[in-house]
Design a protein around this ligand. Structure first.
Ligand SMILES: [Cu+2]
Length: 668
């Protein structure tokens, strides 16, 4: 094979036909399936002439509700990919014993567990959490949108661009084989010379910018745009947990950006921040990435705690017990979550004093978490509990998460962790708190707020089926991993010799199949609900007897959310208004002007992902061109951003009067 010319190198860098995995049958078939599904979707959108509508009403929309829904769609699509990786791992580990090497070669298995972790955290949990905060918070605080609507659109597309790059690594080149946190020296250029780690770095850098900007956006929104009367201690709990989460995002994500930038410098320019030689120190990377990593797990769970608080008080038809202590517990967790990161590597050998400090801070964090659990139980106590689907997920969470928390406290004991570190016990623990906590919470949130967003409920029958398959599937899939971990089986192994272990992996694989059925039930639930949307229609805008402001609007809410800014007297603002006889403000109309939809967000993010792709493949000419294009597009956008639109007052007043009649009719 002749050496490519300098010009070819400048243009194509290290991108060659070899980068396409024609020789990998699994990837080839995956490509065929993805191409087929993609073709059907594109065909349907073209057939029903929906491109214009999608572009005008969704892709370029600066409406927080639409952006929130797009985040959630992105998260659910990536859940299918991330879960496919999970099933592939379970299958390999259930069959690869003795002479049977399974169906996945080690280097492919390594990419799968790395992609699984990266996708589930960055492109499933983060978009879902950000989607809920985006959709719900402005409605809960009585605002017409977030503080920076354009920035919100741009942040979404930056997150999506990162996801696109990760998906591209399936069919062009490879993904990292390092595990989801890409520890050096394995992630350094010496041991990972391929494009995998570069896909990892640039997809996370691009998505990370989106996350950081949405963090700033939501903090500004919550601090500056609350309705009159909504003091901090009158904010709904979900808004409180969102505020703390976004403070953590702003405090932690720059650390991730910095540490990945240093790793990139090592790989691209030959510096020695994290290398084995020339003064490099890999443990500095491990420290920095967990200074981001542990707050990250609380960035995921805090909003979910907020969802549970809303659901428990609504479905117990009772004020949330211990509102103030709930707020203090959230703030304490936020602070403590920044003081525990070293529990991820007690085995670094930093000595008893350091380990005991981080062991104790880790154990302490279970106290405010426990306080939350008791507050939810005391809210249910003597409540008129309705076990609708959101409440089922909540009770499932309480049982599952508490057990997961307990295994966490066990791992926080350094001597015990020395035995269990990097074993399957650890894998079972963090899936216990992430699936039992974050996933169950997001499912509760989808079932709880879906009728607000679309005006009809989700089908409860398939909803309950999905819940039971997830709950039982979770325990069947991960209990064996707790057992295997206690027996000393380590993580990230694609083949085993000891056949006595196989039965446990087979049970775990069966559990993963049950969870897969749970996901299919959820998809059927969406389909059946859309098909039967008229029967599931909710005229009231408040199907569950909600207590916070988002339930005071129609479903779906008008583009401007509130024509008349609500006056708040209580943290259960809507419940309080209902007590006052559906007292909704109808005076003091403030003109509504909103920035127009714009293509700038998707264009800037699109150019950023082209630049990222070029950096991955060392296509230096394209790097320069796309980077210059990003700058030009950003400058051009600053000139046309001034254009916004007004909604005529009489149209708004008419809508509000209809809404008042609607409420009167529903609540006679
Ligand atoms: Cu941690």
């Amino acid at each position: 094979m002749s050496e490519p010319s300098d010009l070819a190198k400048l243009i194509f860098g290290r991108l060659t036909w070899e980068a396409i995995p024609f020789h990998e049958p699994i990837l080839l078939w995956t490509f065929v399936v993805v191409a087929l599904v993609g073709g059907v979707v594109v065909g349907a959108v073209t057939k029903y002439k929906l491109w214009g509508y999608l572009w005008r009403e969704w892709f370029t929309s600066i409406d927080h509700k639409k952006i929130g829904i797009m985040y959630i769609v992105l998260g659910l699509v990536m859940l299918l990919r991330g879960f496919t990786d999970a099933i592939m791992m379970r299958l390999q580990q259930a069959m690869a014993f003795g002479d049977n090497v399974g169906y996945l070669p080690p280097e492919h298995y390594d990419q799968i567990f790395t992609a699984h972790g990266v996708i589930m955290i960055f492109f499933v949990a983060m978009p879902l959490v950000t989607g809920f905060m985006n959709y719900v918070v402005p409605l809960q605080i009585g605002a017409r949108d977030v503080a920076f609507p354009f920035l919100n659109n741009f942040s979404f597309w930056m997150t999506t661009s990162g996801a696109v790059l990760v998906m591209m690594s399936l069919f062009m080149g490879e993904f990292a084989k390092t595990g989801w946190l890409a520890y050096p020296p394995l992630s350094g250029i010496a041991y990972s010379p391929g494009v995998g780690v570069d896909y990892y770095i640039w997809s996370l850098q691009i998505a990370g910018i989106g996350t950081l900007l949405s963090g700033i956006n939501l903090i500004a929104t919550i601090v500056k745009m609350r309705a009159p009367g909504m003091t901090m201690m009158k904010m709904p709990i979900f808004t409180w947990t969102s505020l703390c989460t976004n403070v953590l995002i702003v405090a932690a994500f720059p650390v991730l950006t910095a540490v990945l930038a240093l790793l990139a410098l090592d790989r691209y320019t030959g510096t020695n921040f994290f290398t084995n030689d020339l003064g490099g120190n890999a443990m500095m990377y491990v420290n920095l990435i967990w200074i981001w990593g542990h707050p990250e797990v609380y960035i995921l769970i805090l909003p979910v705690f907020g969802i549970f608080s809303e659901v428990v008080s609504t479905f117990s038809s009772k004020r949330l017990f211990g509102y103030a202590s709930m707020v203090y517990a959230t703030v304490v967790i936020t602070i403590l979550s920044y003081l525990v990161w070293l529990h991820h590597f007690f085995t670094m050998g930093s000595g008893a004093s350091v380990n005991s400090f981080f062991g104790i801070t880790t154990m302490i964090i279970s106290i405010p978490t426990g306080a939350k659990i008791f507050n939810w139980l005391f809210t249910m106590y003597h409540g008129r509990i309705r076990f609708d689907v959101p409440m089922l997920w909540t009770v499932g969470f309480m049982i599952t998460f508490v057990i997961g928390g307990m295994t966490g406290v066990l791992l926080a004991v350094p001597p015990a962790d020395f035995v269990l570190h990097n074993s399957l016990f650890l894998i079972a623990h963090f899936h216990n708190v992430i699936i039992g906590g974050v996933v169950f919470g997001l499912m509760a949130g989808i079932n709880y707020w879906f009728p607000k967003a679309f005006g009809f409920r989700l089908d409860p029958v398939w909803g309950k089926r999905s819940f039971w398959f997830w709950l039982i599937g979770f325990w069947v899939a991960f209990t064996p991993l707790y057992v295997l971990g206690l027996m000393g089986v380590t993580r990230r192994v694609s083949h085993f010799q000891d056949s006595s272990l196989q039965i446990w992996f087979q049970i775990a694989a069966f559990g993963a199949v049950l969870i897969a059925i749970g996901i299919v039930c959820m998809l059927i639930q969406f389909y059946v609900s859309i098909r039967d949307r008229h029967a599931l229609r909710d005229e009231s805008g408040d199907p569950w007897g909600g207590r916070t402001l988002e339930w005071s609007t129609s479903s779906p809410p008008p583009a401007y959310n509130f024509a008349f800014t609500p006056i708040v007297h209580d943290n259960d603002a809507w419940h309080d208004m209902k007590q006052r006889g559906y007292e909704r403000p109808l005076q003091g109309f403030k003109p509504i002007h909103m920035p127009k939809n714009t293509a700038a967000g998707i264009v800037l993010a699109g150019l950023s992902s082209v630049c990222g792709f070029a950096l991955i493949w060392h296509m230096w000419l394209l790097v320069g061109l796309s980077f210059a294009a990003v700058l030009v597009a950003a400058i051009v956008h600053t000139f046309n951003y001034k254009r916004d639109f007004h909604i005529p007052a009489d149209e708004v007043v008419r809508t509000e009067e209809t809404r008042t009649q609607q409420l009167a009719a529903v609540h006679v």
